[in-house]
Write a protein that binds this ligand. Structure first.
Ligand SMILES: [Fe+2]
Length: 227
């Protein structure tokens, strides 16, 4: 995913009235930790399972107060509710319900307005936890990434270590020079520090949780083509 510190929360904000914003954010974080400590996470390949456990540990240690929402929408948000409707019953659907409760207050970001019309139209991310999140942390981020249908998010890389959990949509994913391969909802994906990775959607919107640790303030950048 892509973060640009210059686009941190707090800019063109509009305060949104939520039912119980702090409780809703806490429920989202709790549901995330349930997934990270589930049998599916523990039974993942060892390195992925270890990453799930570490992210769960870091998220459990986030105790900062939860700030008021400052909503900012992007064109890609039009894909959010349809994607949430596709989540299968079970723990993922519970997580999706916590996302739906937060939907009106999310600070969606995207730095492609002036550089890539399609990515601006179909891509967005928001952080709930992290330096730019509504719950501050300098150790971990937790947020959402959405990629609308028929969209390539090209190879990119960042210094932070990254864990994804696919919530909705089977998209194609690639790391390094490996071919694209489909990853369904429920899949965990680990990207090492500065490891190039890409996503490509077909007819389905991709909605995923994204978590960073390590150098979480450094933005991502598109990977240089190999000679
Ligand atoms: Fe990433």
């Amino acid at each position: 995913m892509t973060r640009d510190p210059a686009q941190g929360a707090g800019g063109a904000a509009g305060l949104v009235t939520q039912g119980d914003w702090p409780a809703d954010v806490a429920a989202f974080c709790d549901a995330t930790r349930v997934l990270l400590t589930s049998d599916a996470a523990r039974n993942s390949p060892p390195e992925v399972a270890a990453e799930c456990a570490e992210m769960a540990r870091l998220l459990a240690g986030v105790t900062a107060p939860i700030c008021n929402p400052q909503a900012h929408e992007l064109p890609a948000v039009r894909f959010l509710h349809p994607a949430l409707q596709t989540v299968a019953p079970g723990p993922l659907q519970h997580l999706a319900s916590t996302v739906a409760a937060l939907a009106g207050g999310l600070w969606w970001r995207n730095k492609y307005r002036n550089s890539d019309a399609r990515l601006y139209d179909r891509f967005g991310f928001c952080d709930l936890v992290g330096p730019d999140g509504v719950q501050a942390s300098d150790q971990v981020t937790l947020g959402l990434v959405i990629v609308g249908p028929q969209t390539l998010y090209p190879l990119h890389e960042h210094p932070a270590r990254e864990l994804y959990l696919v919530l909705a949509g089977t998209a194609d994913w690639a790391v390094d020079d490996t071919p694209f391969a489909p990853r369904p909802p429920g899949a965990f994906l680990l990207h090492h520090e500065m490891q190039p990775h890409a996503m490509r959607t077909g007819d389905e919107t991709l909605l995923a949780l994204s978590m960073w640790r390590g150098d979480i303030r450094a933005p991502s950048r598109f990977s240089e083509p190999k000679p």
